[in-house]
Design a binder for this molecule. Sequence first.
Ligand SMILES: [Zn+2]
Length: 432
Amino acid sequence: MNRWLDMLLAQYNYLLRDRNESYDQVRSPRLGNYCDFKSKGEACPLTCSVNKSHSIGYPWKKSQKNPRRNAYEAQSSSLPTLKKERPWYKTINSTVLQQTLRQLDVAFSKFFKGETEHPKPKRRSRFRSFKYAPGQVKLDGNQIYLPGIGWMRFHKSRPIPDGFTVKSVTVRRKARGWFVSLQIEDKSVPDPSVKTKGEIDASRVKGCDLGIKKLVSISNGEIISNPANDKKSKRQARRLRLRQRSASRKKKGSKNRKKSFSRVASLHDRITDKRRAYHWETAKTLTNEADALIFEDLNIKGMKSRCKPKPNENGGYERNGQSAKRGLNRAISNAAWGELVKKVEVVAAKSGIPVIKINPKHTSQRCPKCHHTSGSNRKKEKFVCTECGYHDDADVNGAVNIKMRGLKKLGIDPTQLPSVRGKVTPTELTAI
Ligand SMILES: [Zn+2]
C-alpha cells in the first residue's frame, strides 16, 4: 500500500504539471512558439507539447455533439500509454488509478468555483489515501478484500446496516496505522424535505453564537462548553508541546527523530479524533428539538490574519500585539468552527432542518430591546445596554441577535414570538 501511494503521488504531481503547462500553452500568443509567462523562457516548436505526439492524452473524441475532451477525459485517455511505458503501474488496481485523476479534477473544479486555492503539488507526507470505485471491495465478516492487494483482516468498528450497499472505499495511512472508510448507500431511504416557512415554529428556532471559552451559546440560554478548556485537554496539549520540543531536538535525518515525530503525529490524531467525536455529539444536541438553526457567516481566515506592523521613527517597529494574537489564533484553529458547522449541516439535513448563515455584523453590540448598537454595550462577559439598561450574558445576547436576523431571513416576523428567552416580554419586542 505504501508503494501504491508513492506511485500515485508521482502520477498526481505529473498530471498537475501537465494541466499547468497546457494552460500556459493555451494562453500563448502564437501556437508552437510559446513562452512561459512566469519564466519568460521560449520553447521551440519541436518541444512544444501542444502537438499530438507529445501532449499527454488525446484532445478529441468520437462524439459529434461535443468532440473536444475535457481535461479529465484527455488525461484519462493517457492511462494506457502510462501503463505501457511504466509497466509497474499495472500492479495498481485500475479504478484506484482512475480515482487519482478524479481527485485532481475535483481539486481543480473546487478552485474554479473559488472555494479553494490553486492545486499545489503534494508532498509525500500529505498524500495519504487512495480510493476504490464503487463495486470493487468485498466484505466477509471481519475480512475485507481490496482488489490488487488481497484479503485481509480488519477491525470492524460497526456493522453495515441492513439494506445498505458499499459504494466507494477509501484506504488511508495515518500515524497509528492504516484505516479504511466505507461509503454506504440505501436508495430506498427517501430524501427528507427541508422544512418550509409554514412548518417552522419560531420558538423552536435556535440562534447559535460560536466562541472559544463557550463553544456554542444558544439563544434559549443553553451553553455548550469547549472541551479544550478542561483539565484533561490542557494536560494533553502540554504533552503535545513537550513531545514536539523533544522531537525537534533530535538529530536531523536520524531514526530517533523519525520515531519521535511519529509519536507527535499519533497524539495529534488522537486529539483530532476526540474533537471530531465531540463535534458530532454537539451537532446532535443542537438539532434536537429545533426547527431551524442559525449561525454567523464567519470569515475565519480574516479573523486569524496577522496584526498590521507599526513602524516607529527610528526605523524599527512598535509592539503591535501579534504575539498575544498568536494564542487567540491557535484557540480559533482548535475550536474548528467551520468543521462543527459542516457536521451540523449533515445531521440537520437528515431531519430536514434548515441551517442558515447570517451576516455577523454588530451581533454582539446590539440591544434586542431598544436596538441601540454600540461597542460600549458590551462589558467583557456581560451585555448591558447603555440606553435602556437591558442586560444579559454577552454570548447569549449575541445568539439572540443571530436568531432575530435569521428569522428575518426566513421571512418570519419575530414579534409573533412569546418571548426571546423568558426575560423579554412581547410588548418589549418591536419590529426588528
Ligand atoms: Zn437597550
